[in-house]
Design a binder for this molecule. Structure first.
Ligand code: C2E
Ligand code: MG
Ligand code: MG
Length: 758
């Protein structure tokens, strides 16, 4: 991916070199570096300045040339190494003065340098002329160019080694003073790191009046020129403000003395190095490291040329900088894009790939089995533990599944994981899903809470391009099988067989009620305080002649949907009250609980039906408890409260069933005139192994007691669970440990045995 960054770096560096962009940045960086590198002049060069003081002392400007003759004589006498004038001698003055000057030049043995400068012949013209000293001076002096060449912005950065004038090569005055072997046409950068204020300057008037000590002059290269403001000749330079031309010449001379001819390496070396580093950095695994390294590179580039400049090499860094910044921008853009892409395909809560990712992964597969594992048990806990915890639990489960199945696992909704596999490859599907269930049975631990994750599986087969449809089907199958207590189920397209099955069941229902295929099982309710069975719950059973036992959870919803719940309830109530009355006659006083369909709460015939059943069997209302699920009470609170107060008025007891699976609070349920709370077995079964469940059960018991309700724990299967609940002051236990649901005769026999033993 970061190859793109390398490509951007290459393109930008080429473009930037070709277009020569960023010179402003280049100069600014150079000025900054010069500021850091700042150092004094060598002291080899001294400037004899025609300053304001000299102009005032020697009034009358221009000066008679005899004064320059005096200056030459003084400097010669003091053993100056060389003397250069940055003063215009291109027009004659008084002949006697010119003659005096020429004589001094002659006395100096021709070692003095006089200036020439090249300029345009006129403002518009292309022609150039070179202004030379007047002919009478020329034979006794060296001639050197004093042209200063500002950049387009008027700032002087470079200086010529020499210029070609009218076809003749002419060294610059700095090259000559520095005794550098000059070539025309080349220029070099003036080193503005040399502090111009450290160049020794002496006043012209002091020199000619003999007030400059010999030691200051001996062996020095002397430049004579104007610094007084009124004489003009001033240039802006980088980082050092505006300098007189003679000081610029002196700095150019110093540059040559200190570093020789500076070699310009251009911008390629650094650009190539930057591209190489950008390339090497593509190997960085961690994005943060990459970002940090790239930023460090970009930040260091403006400084890199510093040591080179000290050694006399000039390097341009802007193309390298632009290349790096471009690559950085491209890289950041790609990181942002990847992150956005990632967010689309990942469930942020769990970090697992989501349903969209599943669709993408499956779309190239022709025939797949799509399995959905539903963790309703876990999501029921979400209200208590928070969605982040259940998401973490799902993540752990997904890792377990990944390790077993060697395939990616997707979180397709809050309570489901899913994965595709090659269609029809499983020999023993039953064994496969039972095995998976077993692997997931051990609880997952999140934040010290151990959570029960037992899932149900749904499978749908079909075309990988229809993964979302298959997932929906598999989800239906997984939910459906949960209701029947099974482990896994297959979704068949349209599930027509399921519909047929429903229809045939409904048609057989009435007959089954009469034939005895539908009967009532009784499960004991054990009073912990009294230490005996005091009541029983009537549970409907359907033993189908060809299908075998049909679990109540799979046919009761059908009956309710068909609006035949009253029929079913009347049957159970009559049978249960008849049995209770019979036991009473045998001296066995036992209460009975009957489950009430939620759909009946809005039914006006409910209360009369219950009253007439009680009357018919002459059972005291106090012996009857009606169990209502939490969700039933909440779904239609208004209808429920009318029916419930009617039932309550009959004198019977109301109980809230499957507490914990709904979303209600105990506070809300208190409005229901129930005197008993049954904690759902899914929580009860976790009290020993699962701290989350234990917490929920314990606090429910305490709250229910505070509100004057008794608590039944359902689904108690072993001694440990029983003991734990007893220690939590649970009032009543119902479960396989104290008795499985059994036929009326078996239940009565058990009651009698206990009564005899007592
Ligand atoms: P429920 O009212 O919560 O009944 C308790 C269920 O837990 C029963 O399942 C019972 O067999 C089961 N059970 C009891 N002890 C244990 C145990 O220790 N371990 C385990 N694993 N299970 C235990 P069943 O009989 O399959 O009934 C399921 C549900 O069907 C009932 O849940 C109730 O909601 C409904 N139902 C049953 N009979 C009737 C009825 O006559 N009318 C209506 N409307 N609903 C009924
Ligand atoms: Mg019940
Ligand atoms: Mg229950």
């Amino acid at each position: 991916m970061r190859w793109c960054a390398v490509a951007v770096a290459v393109l930008i560096s080429i473009a930037s070199v070709l277009w020569g962009s960023g010179t402003g940045i280049e100069s600014a960086a150079r000025t900054l570096r010069d500021g850091w590198r700042t150092h004094p002049a060598s002291g080899d060069v001294i400037v004899v300045e025609i300053d304001a003081k000299s102009v005032r002392a020697l009034n009358h400007w221009p000066w008679p040339r005899g004064l320059y003759a005096t200056a030459i004589d003084r400097l010669q006498a003091d053993s100056a190494r060389s003397i250069g004038f940055d003063i215009d001698f291109s027009s004659p003055s008084q002949p006697a003065e010119d003659e005096r000057f020429a004589a001094a030049l002659r006395r100096a043995g021709g070692s003095v340098i006089l200036p020439t400068f090249r300029q345009r012949a006129d403002a518009q013209g292309e022609a150039w002329i070179e202004s030379l000293p007047i002919p009478s001076l020329r034979p006794f002096a060296f001639l050197a160019a004093v042209n200063v060449m500002p950049d387009v912005d008027g700032v002087v950065r470079h200086y010529p080694l020499g210029i070609s004038s009218a076809g003749a090569p002419r060294p610059s005055i700095a090259a000559m003073l520095a005794e550098t072997d000059a070539g025309t046409g080349r220029s070099f950068p003036i080193d503005y790191a040399i502090d111009p204020t450290t160049i020794t300057r002496v006043s012209f008037v002091d020199l000619v009046t003999g007030r400059v000590p010999r030691a200051q002059i001996a062996g020095k290269r002397v430049l004579i020129g104007a610094t007084a403001i009124e004489l003009g000749d001033r240039y802006p330079v980088p980082g050092r403000g505006i300098l007189p031309g003679v000081i610029v010449q002196a700095l150019a001379t110093e540059t040559l003395i200190q570093k020789g001819i500076c070699v310009s390496l251009g911008s390629w070396p650094l650009a190539a190095a930057a591209i190489l580093i950008v390339f090497l950095l593509t190997r960085a695994r961690d994005e943060r490291i990459w970002l940090a390294a790239m930023s460090a590179l970009a930040l260091s580039l403006p400084i890199v040329p510093m040591p080179f400049a000290g050694a006399g090499f000039e390097i341009d860094m802007v193309p390298a900088l632009f290349a790096t910044l471009g690559a950085l921008a491209a890289g950041v853009a790609m990181i942002v894009y990847a992150e956005l892409h990632h967010r689309r395909f990942v469930d942020l809560e769990s970090g697992l790939p989501n349903a969209l990712a599943l669709e993408h992964a499956a779309r190239d597969l022709a025939s797949i089995d799509l399995t959905v594992a539903r963790f309703d048990r876990l999501t029921e806990m979400t209200a208590a533990v928070g969605s982040a915890v259940s998401a973490q639990a799902l993540r752990q489960i997904a890792h377990r599944l990944e390790a077993t199945l060697k395939t990616a696992i997707y979180r397709i909704d809050d309570s489901s994981l899913a994965w595709p596999s090659a269609g029809g490859k499983l020999d023993d599907e039953d064994g496969h899903y039972i095995g998976l269930g077993a692997i997931l049975r051990s609880p997952v631990v999140v934040n010290d809470l151990s959570l029960d994750a037992s899932p149900t599986f749904g499978v749908a087969s079909g075309d990988g391009r229809e993964a979302s449809k298959l997932a929906a089907g598999a989800t239906i199958a997984a939910k459906r099988i949960r209701a029947t207590g099974g482990r896994w189920d297959r979704y068949v397209d349209g599930d027509s067989d399921v519909r047929l099955w429903k229809l045939s069941l409904l048609s057989e229902f009435a007959a089954a009620l009469g034939s005895g295929d539908i009967w009532i099982a009784y499960q004991p309710k054990y009073d912990v305080t009294l230490g005996r069975i005091t009541a029983t719950e009537a549970l409907i059973r359907w033993r189908h002649p060809s299908r075998g036992a049909i679990p109540p959870d799979s046919f009761i919803p059908l009956i309710e949907e068909e609006g035949r719940a009253a029929e079913l309830t009347a049957f159970v109530l009559n049978q249960a009250l008849q049995d209770v009355a019979a036991w009473q006659r045998q001296g066995l006083s036992i209460g009975v609980a009957v489950n009430l369909s939620a759909t009946l709460l809005g039914d006006a015939s409910l209360v009369p039906m219950v009253r007439s059943a009680l009357e018919r069997h002459a059972v005291q209302p106090a012996m009857l408890t009606l169990e209502l699920t939490e969700s039933a009470v909440i779904a239609d609170a208004e209808a429920a409260s009318g029916a419930l107060s009617g039932l309550k008025a009959l004198g019977l007891k109301l109980s809230i069933d499957d507490y914990g699976t709904g979303q209600s609070t105990l506070g809300y349920l208190k409005r229901v005139p129930a005197s008993e709370l049954k904690i759902d077995k899914s929580f009860v079964q976790g009290v020993v192994s699962n701290s989350g469940d234990r917490l929920l059960v314990q606090s429910t018991i305490e709250l229910a007691h505070a509100k004057g309700m008794t608590v039944v724990a359902e689904g108690v299967e072993d001694q440990a669970c029983f003991d734990m609940l007893a220690s939590m002051n649970c009032d009543t236990i119902q479960g396989w440990f104290t008795g499985k649901p059994m036929a009326a005769a078996d239940f009565a026999m058990q009651l009698r045995e206990i009564a005899q033993a007592a």
